[in-house]
Design a protein around this ligand. Structure first.
Ligand SMILES: [Zn+2]
Length: 382
């Protein structure tokens, strides 16, 4: 049964106001203030956690509590406040029902669609007494720069065990699977020497790195595993044999053992090359320093989990079908899962994100709001 309650104009107004507030990563403060006010008007209590100081930003994650009007387990709803660059001075233009920027910036639909949809859902609940259990609202900072806000979230403020992150494109999709990822840092130390006068005395760290990288199997390894060498920093001048290079890479897989083995392969390639040159050096050169960090754990939600079941039932009540999908990238939902909150990622309608051609159709935001409202209503019956 369709909710005829969504105020499309109010949703559009919210969205336009949101995208006009600059909020590139680490500078979400103004948006956080705006949302604190809006959430207060909608009857939610808010607080800001300390994540901002941990990431060097001007505010933390915004956490809201909405009492609802039914007794039910708490449900988490989340979107991220930050945007990528160029994201300053966004001027939204509406044409044929589609929002775009003027062309010189992103639009910020990623993820201000998600924020606007949550605000509209709350307004609809209040206006129309739609059944709603307690909601735990989360507007994160610094999602775009490595899920930093979620990683530093005050998880002790949450009781919800399930929820939804509004942060993918297609409103007919719920992402239930996303890979785990490792960040890999490899530092090679060699020995500097004058490249013209006595190159024999040098050990070229860049050359060693090149020999380690060249035979690596990079890119798509199989249907659920990828890896990349993405950043190489080294050398100081063209007439000096470089004594240091730092190589940054990543590996991702839906299968944790594959994640480990592809990571090991990369590390071992460097160990082999540096080890083979050890006889040329003394006093610990050449050396290799390896740092592998789990960037985010995988997201794997069972098809029978309530988060999926309720989303499917909600879509069916709207005469729609929602498809579960796999993502190649991580989102705040990966971090939430690591902390025991199972959250599916719902689509908001945004397209061509992270480009100046980013766009969203207002009707897709309406569809996403309809689905979210029906999810909230069904969840309140749990
Ligand atoms: Zn996003």
């Amino acid at each position: 049964m369709l909710h005829p309650v969504i105020d499309q104009d109010r949703l559009a107004r919210s969205f336009v106001e949101l995208v006009k507030i600059d909020s590139v990563s680490r500078e979400e403060g103004a948006l956080c203030e705006y949302l604190t006010q809006r959430l207060g008007q909608l009857g939610a209590d808010t607080l800001v956690d300390d994540a901002g100081s941990a990431v060097g930003g001007d505010c933390g994650n915004l956490i809201g509590r909405y009492a609802g009007n039914r007794k039910a387990p708490p449900l988490l709803l989340s979107a991220h406040m930050d945007t990528v660059e160029p994201g300053r001075g966004v001027e939204p233009v509406l044409k044929n029902g589609i929002y775009r920027s003027k062309g010189n910036t992103i639009l910020g639909a990623d993820d201000k669609c998600g924020v606007a949809i949550i605000l509209e859902a709350l307004a609809c609940i209040a206006d129309n007494k739609i059944p709603c259990g307690p909601l735990e609202l989360l507007f994160t900072i610094c999602e775009e720069i490595g899920l930093q806000g979620a990683k530093h979230l005050a998880f002790d403020q949450f009781n919800a065990q399930m929820g939804y992150v509004l942060d993918t494109r297609n409103p007919e999709v719920i992402i239930t699977r996303a890979p785990a990822a490792n960040r890999i840092r490899l530092e090679i130390g060699g020995r500097a020497a004058h490249a013209g006068a006595e190159p024999e005395k040098g050990i070229n760290a860049i050359e060693l790195a090149a020999r380690a990288i060249a035979p690596l199997n990079l890119g798509r390894i199989d249907h659920e595993t990828t890896c990349n060498i993405g950043l190489v920093e080294g050398g100081v001048a063209i007439n000096i044999v470089p004594d240091r290079v730092v190589v940054h890479g990543e590996a991702r897989s839906h299968d944790i053992s594959k994640l480990h083995s592809i990571t090991d392969e990369i590390v071992q390639a460097f160990q082999k090359v540096v080890g083979a040159s050890a006889s040329r050096g003394e006093e610990g050169v050449p050396y290799l320093k390896v740092d592998v960090q789990l960037d985010f754990d995988r997201l794997h939600i069972d098809e029978n989990h309530d988060a999926v079941r309720i989303a499917r039932a909600a879509a069916a009540n709207l005469d729609r079908v929602i498809y579960t999908a796999t993502s190649g990238g991580g989102s705040d939902a990966n971090i939430l899962a690591q902390h025991g909150i199972v959250a599916g990622v719902l689509g908001t309608g945004c397209e061509k994100v992270h480009t100046v051609h980013e766009q969203v159709a207002l009707k897709d935001m309406v569809r996403s709001t309809e689905l979210l409202l029906e999810i909230i209503r069904l969840h309140s019956e749990k």
